[in-house]
Design a protein around this ligand. Structure first.
Ligand code: ATP
Length: 305
């Protein structure tokens, strides 16, 4: 079990490759006890940012710290931060458990940590099978097991949902949520937006190396859609339409005679109806999905470099 919380603070982080600003004055905080999704279109700068956070790429300027300490200054980093940067690789003929035991031996961790990490990712039944026989999903699990060996307070995963089937995604969601519930800080990058919507509590969205938006998933969605759309049915259509208009809300009539109200959530529409004495037979909030939000937020920035 990790002790203490450990936020990741990214502060004015910048990386230039010649004229290209791969990461451009980026600042955000990743909170402990939550799963944070790091989203951006291809080339947005996600991997470069993660590599700077992990001390693998030297920033042009700015810092990334764990409870105030840069990765390179951490004492025994494997016990602080676990990371999976690309699909796990291991010697083809080596078993999963032996792969983990070798990492333990090299890092001075107890051998038992390998068994515990393998169990945590549900690979115990395949412990002695050779890596070359592992499916992509099993390889992803083994990579996460390797990241968990030092019982780190922070977990950083680059595209962990890649190649997982829906059942694998559900498994990943449950694991990440459980790790966060233990107080760990979990940062997960992805371009799989609908899956991020399931996986993450918070999102940090970047495009062209710059921060576009950060916050709880629900707030980011709500702020983009102005509260989304609400489907409502009433026998008093004219009265409800008038009450909505008085609040500067417009409603369109759907083919099944229900009304679709934009720019308000279900609670607001329900309140307006109640105040106007209008009877409702249906009231359903329809939230935009992250894919739509993401496209709106990054429109014009994606693909310009
Ligand atoms: N070592 C490097 N030298 C030059 N340019 C680089 C280098 N590493 C990354 N870049 C460029 O920096 C930009 C950001 O790349 P990065 O891999 O961080 O994006 P990403 O968001 O992870 O994208 P993807 O989802 O495609 O992996 C890209 O334009 C990339 O070509």
């Amino acid at each position: 079990m990790p002790t203490g919380s450990e936020e990741i603070v990214v502060s004015n982080l910048t990386k230039h490759y010649k004229a290209l600003r791969a990461v451009d004055n980026l600042s955000f905080i990743v909170h402990s006890g939550r799963v944070t999704g790091f989203l951006g279109p291809n080339g947005a700068g996600k991997t470069t940012t993660l590599r700077m956070i992990l001390g693998l790429v030297t920033p042009t300027s700015g810092t990334a710290t764990f409870a105030g300490v840069r990765y390179v200054d951490l004492d025994q980093p494997i016990r602080h931060v676990g990371a999976v940067l690309e699909a796990s690789s291991a010697h083809k003929g080596r078993s999963g458990i032996n792969h983990l035991r070798m990492i333990c031996a090299a890092a001075g961790l107890p051998r038992q940590a390998a068994d515990e990490a393998l169990a945590r990712v549900g690979l115990t039944p395949a412990a002695k099978r050779k890596f070359k026989g592992y499916s992509l999903g099993m390889k992803q699990r083994l990579g996460i097991a390797a990241a968990l060996l030092g019982n780190p307070r922070v977990l950083i995963l680059d595209e962990p949902a890649n190649g997982l089937d829906p059942e694998g995604i559900r498994w990943l969601r449950d694991l990440l949520k459980a790790l966060a519930a233990e107080g760990r800080t979990v940062l997960v990058s992805s371009h799989l937006l609908s899956e991020m919507q399931q996986l993450a509590d918070d999102v940090v969205i970047i495009a062209a190396g710059q921060l576009v938006r950060q916050g709880p998933v629900g707030e980011v969605l709500g702020s983009m859609t102005g509260g989304g759309q609400v489907r409502v049915r009433t026998p008093q259509t004219a009265a409800l339409t008038a009450a909505l208009a008085a609040e500067q809300l417009s409603a369109t009539t759907l083919p099944d005679e229900a009304l679709l109200v934009s720019g308000a959530d279900a609670a607001r529409v329900g309140h307006i109806a109640f105040t106007a004495g209008v009877e409702l037979h249906e009231l359903t909030g329809e939230r935009a999905d992250l894919e739509q939000v993401f496209l709106q937020l990054t429109a014009g920035k994606a693909g310009i470099r």
